[in-house]
Design a protein around this ligand. Structure first.
Ligand code: BGC
Length: 712
């Protein structure tokens, strides 16, 4: 059985285009030594926003280095036709399934490569600090360890296909409101242990690029911050790739260059090579070198880092030509790169559905029922078409991704109604009602069905588009489209009500105690195969094993952080984000981090801990004691010695194990030095605190089945 914590890499039988940094630098040095200062300055300089298909471009140096195309986003190639809409990062995280996550990365890499796009602007790894933050669904979780695994597996997958990944947004970009203006203030330890953690794991995974964010960090723009870019990212983490700015996040030439930013995006299409115009790099960069404001070494370094990144993912060999291909211009793609990727999308969609309640074992659906009611616009197609609005900004049918640069155009979308119709035997009648506002008719339709499935959603996105008055971040935690009233009306009418939610994160559930709501499924935002994935789970073809990647509170005021309208966003809760806060303050959540049910049950036993030097091995036996085969997400939380001042429990390992009914498996987990360490702010180093540690192994952050201690 594979180990937790330090996991063995999942094996996928695809070729890997990457080479080591050493080899990449050796090649890059040879190449860059042939370039003049002006040529070197071409590499870090964006030539304008959307000057063609791609979001960003750099110009090439004829005969030496090609132009690069950079494009969003983290779940698929934005605005293109003939591409897949993968499950969102939110769902990838909820699967806790390293192998499927890696495969998703490989598939995205294949699609970007197939279209000739050099750089994928993703993955995003800002933590879900404030539950209303608009881009939470693009990121995945409130927990840094889980985010680190998600980021690393995604990056390894994408880059193996010869496409550059970009870890974004560095750092402190946890809300949309005023994102170009506010300054994030967080203490050093919080930064290291929470917000930096996923970036550190990305660097270890070999990520070739990091995107600095719009906001300021402790009073300095992230893209000209010497401390976070030079000292932390390139120094402490040893990042060898290049730092690119978020779009228009550059505010200076000299400061950005000297403080560690290596590529300015998107640059200025109108700038000419004589005046430089509004371009921060390019002509302005070479002038700064000539005036002695920027060291020439820095420009060498920028060019080297970019060239090395390009070699590292093997783009010097047979990289495909760029295929211009807008979704809204042509529905007949020049190249269709979807391959068989829908299989992973469907599998991940099912593996990430979180079953939060299942009273009387109402699920899985029995094929012996006579009538199934499907209620709510979230079960059906968007009445305005497949991709009616810019960047998915008016999803009126079922919600399968949020809006913004992190969205992509659906090649097709299997709605829940489609998925159920495909899967339901002809002996069962399906009746549906997709109008959310006519709750009276909804109740009528639901009334005499054996089971009523009622669907609702909650959406969010990026601040450059306002949807229904939400400027990216959510205005509140309520369901959209009259969802609460619809659910209540259906539950009042049918005593076998099953609620299905498609949401960007936690929501208020004023109906949660309704006795007729027998089951509750949080399906996240599962991409193009959403309906098939859901039917797989509802009918038990896939036994649910998805887990919440965030805390659902009883009331919003229970969370430790919310969107701030101040120009200084203080992370005053420190490390007490998400479940860490609920544990520390002894607040009962409605549904805790890591929670999710199965159609079978698992029993835990035989916890063994072997602590030796700097590594700790943990193992436990898990038995499937129920009636069905299933998968369990075994979670390891670490309690540090009292004196360390850590939150009570910290996720430090997990493993998804498939166990046949009646069978057992031994799960082994290993905690590395970093995973046992805390950040010592005085020594500025990771350090294992001395004392008694507690290992908690269980099925969620609150459902601890085994625990024991060890001393260091
Ligand atoms: C977003 C980035 C995105 C970039 C390019 C920015 O507004 O914050 O995540 O990659 O635009 O579209």
């Amino acid at each position: 059985m594979a180990a937790l914590g330090c996991m063995a890499a999942p094996q996928l039988d695809k070729r890997d285009y990457t080479i080591s940094w050493e080899e990449a630098y050796a090649k890059a040095e040879k190449l860059v030594s042939k370039m003049s200062l002006e040529q070197k300055a071409v590499l870090p300089t964006g030539v304008g926003d959307q000057q063609g298909f791609c979001e960003g471009y750099t110009a090439g140096v004829p005969g030496l280095f090609p132009p690069l195309c950079l494009n969003d986003g983290p779940l698929g190639l934005r605005r293109a036709s003939g591409v897949s809409v993968q499950v969102t990062a939110l769902n990838a995280a909820a699967s806790f399934d390293r192998k499927l996550i890696r495969e998703r990365g490989v598939n995205m890499g294949e699609e970007f490569r197939g279209k000739g796009v050099n750089v994928q602007l993703g993955p995003g790894m800002n933590l879900m600090r404030a539950p209303r933050a608009g881009r939470n669904w693009e990121m995945g979780t409130e927990d840094p360890f889980l985010m680190g695994v998600l980021a690393a597996e995604t990056i390894k997958g994408v880059q193996s296909q010869g496409v550059m990944s970009v870890a974004k947004h560095f750092i402190g970009n946890e809300q949309e409101l005023n994102r170009h203006l506010y300054s994030t203030e967080m203490d050093d330890r919080t930064m290291h242990e929470l917000y930096l953690w996923p970036f550190a794991r990305s660097v270890e995974a070999g990520v070739v690029s990091v995107m600095c964010s719009y906001n300021q960090v402790n009073g300095t723009y992230a893209c000209e911050d010497d401390y976070t870019l030079n000292k932390v990212l390139k120094g402490e983490l040893g990042f060898k790739g290049y730092v690119m700015s978020d779009w228009w996040a550059t505010h200076s030439t000299d400061k950005s260059a000297m403080h560690g930013m290596d590529m300015s995006m998107p640059g200025d299409a109108n700038a000419d090579s004589i005046t430089g115009g509004g371009l921060w790099y390019g002509k302005n960069l070479t002038d700064a070198v000539k005036d002695g404001r920027v060291d020439e070494d820095r420009v060498n370094d920028m060019a080297l880092r970019i060239a090395a990144a390009w070699y590292k993912v093997g783009q010097d060999k047979h990289f495909p030509e760029l295929q211009f291909d807008f979704y809204n211009v042509s529905n007949t793609p020049i190249v269709d790169v979807q391959g068989e990727h829908r299989k992973n999308i469907r599998a991940l969609g099912a593996a990430s559905a979180v079953l939060l309640r299942n009273k009387d074992n109402i699920l899985p659906l029995q094929t012996s029922i006579k009538k199934l009611a499907v209620i709510g616009s979230d079960a059906g197609p968007d009445p305005d078409g497949l991709n009616p609005c810019q960047d998915n900004s008016c999803a009126n049918g079922t919600l399968a991704q949020g809006w913004g640069s992190g969205s992509a155009s659906f090649p097709y979308k299997i709605t829940p109604l489609d998925g159920l119709e495909f899967r339901t035997p002809s002996s069962v009648e399906i009746v549906s009602h997709l109008d959310d506002w006519d709750t009276k008719s909804a109740a009528e339709v639901a009334k005499d069905a054996d089971i009523a499935l009622v669907f609702a959603n909650s959406n969010s996105g990026e601040e450059y588009i306002t949807v229904a008055g939400n400027v990216g971040d959510r205005n509140n935690m309520s369901l959209w489209h009259n969802g609460d009233n619809l659910i209540k009306a259906v539950a009042d009418a049918n005593e076998n009500t099953v609620v299905v939610i498609h949401s960007v994160g936690a929501i208020d559930m004023p109906w949660i105690d309704h006795p007729n709501i027998k089951a509750l499924v949080f399906a996240g935002l599962p991409g193009q195969e959403t309906g098939n994935s859901l039917a797989d789970v509802l009918y038990g073809d896939v036994n649910p094993s998805g887990r919440l990647t965030y805390t659902i509170a009883k009331q919003e005021s229970d969370y430790s952080a919310n969107i701030s309208s101040s120009m200084v966003v203080k992370y005053s809760e420190g490390m007490l984000v998400g479940y860490r806060h609920f544990d520390a303050k002894d607040i009962d959540p409605l549904f805790e981090f890591g929670y999710g049910l199965s159609y079978t049950q698992f029993k835990y036993s035989d916890l063994k801990i072997n602590a030796k030097d700097d590594t700790v091995k943990v193992s436990a036996k898990v038995k499937n004691t129920g009636e069905r085969d299933g998968a369990e997400i075994v979670q390891l939380y670490l309690g540090f010695p009292e004196s360390a001042g850590e939150p009570p429990k910290n996720l430090r390992g997990f493993e998804k194990v498939e166990i046949g009914r009646g069978k057992s498996a031994t799960v082994e987990m290993q905690l590395s030095k970093t995973e046992l360490s805390i950040w010592n702010t005085v020594k500025q180093a990771w350090e294992i605190p001395r004392g008694t540690f507690t290992v908690y192994v269980g099925a969620s952050s609150r459902d601890i089945r085994l625990h024991d201690t060890f001393d260091i």
